[in-house]
Ligand binder design. Structure first.
Ligand code: GLY
Length: 589
């Protein structure tokens, strides 16, 4: 604030100077107050309202996101909160012992990806899950600490809070700490997955004590309390990434893993870093799509599929031709996924070629509308319903947005909790290719680009996605293993057709992943006429008994109007709320 007494001209005024001096202290105080209030009315506008939309796979996570916004956090603080609460209330799907990808869009349109994907321990080797004859040892990459990659979620949350957030990490993590300590009543998804993975959980005393009730799947109404996890979260809140990757938590994690036959060392944790990367960007039919870059395969596969589709006039096709075309572009993109994709920091990915729209011409050269294509035959896909990962989408009226897909891989991950940590470890090592041609738990095959190597990030299908259109911004994503990418593709096509988020999350889905050579589809995904037509073309059609996916979606119209939708297949919550904040409504660093 300018001080009159510093002005030489006024200081020379012998009459006014003493008076001013006498008044100076209280006036300056008053002036400060007036300016402060004026500033607040311009910048802070107490009571100023903004809107935000959050769709997540659990009502407690959605509610906690709004709690952080109401406490003055920006959308990125709320993303930290929602991630951490999902880690507590949906242990079957994601957690501090896992990883994920966060797509962050600032109101000025800049989009960035935070890669918190797990990586292989430094003592990992290409054949660690094979027997002497080179055959995969059943369940070794799925159950127990040997199946676990080095977690990335804690580092990612600390990085998002530091680079993008406004609140201290301790404030954004407070709801998760509270829910871990005080507990919450488990839902049906928890009970279903606890039953599905009971054997693996029961084999780990730390996990059994935390997630089972005297060794059994808890009854409905059971309250899950996780005091060890609360303390681990508190150390993360107090010390940032070092609160997890160094000190007491790191010591407990490494000791617990090694005592149970795992291969982690302190160096694995100390060297882990979340990485900020440029997302994949693809332009299609007037839309601008941003999705996850490698080590996720999502963005590249989506880009290839959209570029192929761009070669055709979809409106001129019959319903059968349109479905046939979609199946054929899925087949080709998943073939490239298996051939080329892996950890960008360790393998050479021909990204420029794969993302070149002209490359699509060579992919569709053998595409015929007279017959289904062919993939080399393989064993059937054993993948389940696909709730073993989680997703949330959020946006605010200013144009900030977050799409995040988080995972510990299979339901309840490896089923292993290092004693004293409360941290359920992932079994993401199964996302590596054990051996060329050997399918993982999702039936996905891969080659050398996704072979196990020390410190390498395993290829993922997680595809948090943002879609900019002339009319607004779509935010979407879903769990579902290998089917994630095709679910997101169908969602993008719905956006292109002008449909709203309620339609993206409800629509019936179908999927082809190159191998096995079959079209998996939900009940009702094809009409009787489409089924006949596709069969005549030679497609092998595999009806699924159940639905799959748990898409969480948000739409922000150009003027700021928000909509949110949560997949009816899951038990998530989507809400649009007006936030009354006591701090600046403008977000971003
Ligand atoms: N664990 C599932 C994925 O990352 O694709």
């Amino acid at each position: 604030m300018p001080s009159t007494s510093r002005s030489p001209a006024r200081a020379a005024d012998p009459v006014s100077l003493p008076v001013k001096r006498r008044l100076e202290a209280p006036v300056r105080g008053l002036l400060r107050l007036v300016l402060l209030l004026a500033g607040l009315s311009l910048l802070v506008r107490p009571g100023a309202a903004r809107q935000a939309a959050i769709a997540s796979a659990h009502p407690l996570a959605t509610a906690a996101g709004f709690e952080t916004l109401a406490a003055g956090g920006n959308l990125f603080d709320a993303a930290v909160t929602v991630s951490a609460v999902l880690a507590v209330v949906q242990p079957e799907s994601s957690g501090l012992g896992g990883g994920g990808f966060w797509l962050l869009r600032r109101a000025d349109g800049r989009v960035s990806m935070i890669d918190g994907r797990e990586r292989a321990p430094l003592a990992a080797s290409a054949d660690m899950y094979l027997d002497a004859a080179g055959r995969p040892i059943p369940r070794r990459s799925l159950d127990g600490p040997l199946a676990a990659g080095i977690p990335g979620e804690p580092a990612a949350l600390a990085l998002i809070a530091r680079r993008y957030g406004r609140l201290p990490l301790a404030r954004s993590l407070a709801p998760a700490i509270r829910l871990a300590r005080d507990g919450f009543v488990v839902d049906e998804a928890y009970r279903r997955y606890a039953g599905f993975r009971r054997r693996a959980i029961a084999a780990s005393p730390g996990a059994a004590a935390q997630f089972l009730d005297h060794g059994e799947v808890p009854a409905a109404g059971w309250r899950l309390r996780q005091p060890d996890l609360a303390r681990t979260l508190e150390r993360l809140a107090a010390e940032g990434r070092d609160g997890f990757y160094a000190g007491k938590t790191a010591r407990l994690l490494v000791a617990g893993v090694r005592a149970a036959g795992g291969i982690w060392t302190g160096r694995d944790l100390a060297e882990y870093r979340a990485v900020e990367r440029a997302p994949i960007r693809v332009d299609y039919a007037g839309l601008r799509v941003f999705s996850a870059a490698p080590p996720s395969s999502g963005g590249v596969a989506l880009a290839e599929m959209l570029h192929m589709l761009d070669r055709f006039d979809l409106d001129a096709l019959t319903a059968v031709q349109r479905k046939h075309l979609l199946i054929e572009v899925m087949r080709r993109a998943y073939r490239d996924r298996a051939r080329f994709l892996g950890d960008p920091d360790q393998v050479a990915i021909p990204l420029k070629r794969l993302l070149d729209p002209a490359y699509a011409n060579s992919l569709i050269r053998d595409l015929s509308f007279g017959a289904a294509g062919r993939s080399r035959p393989l064993p059937p896909d054993p993948s389940g319903k696909g709730l073993d990962t989680t997703h949330f989408s959020m946006a605010d009226s200013e144009g900030n947005a977050v799409a995040a897909t988080l995972s510990i891989n299979y339901g309840f991950g490896s089923g292993f909790v290092p004693p004293g940590t409360g941290v359920l470890l992932n079994d993401e090592m199964d996302d590596f290719s054990m051996r060329p041609g050997v399918p993982n738990v999702y039936g996905l095959v891969g080659g050398r680009a996704n072979a196990i190597a020390p410190g390498r990030r395993m290829l993922s299908s997680m595809s948090p996605t943002l879609v900019e259109t002339p009319k607004g911004l779509g935010v979407l994503g879903t769990p579902g293993g290998s089917r994630i990418i095709t679910m997101v593709l169908l969602g993008i096509l719905d956006i292109a057709a002008g449909e709203g988020p309620d339609h993206w999350v409800r629509r019936r889905r179908f999927h082809h992943q190159y191998l096995p050579d079959e079209v998996q589809y939900e009940p009702g995904a094809f009409s009787a006429q489409e089924l006949r037509g596709l069969r005549l073309l030679g497609h092998r059609l595999r009806p699924l008994d159940d639905t799959y996916g748990d898409m969480q979606a948000v739409w922000r119209a150009k003027g700021g109007h928000l909509e949110a939708a949560s997949d009816p297949r899951g038990s998530g919550a989507a809400q649009v709320k007006t936030i009354r904040v006591s701090t600046s409504p403008s977000d971003g660093p």
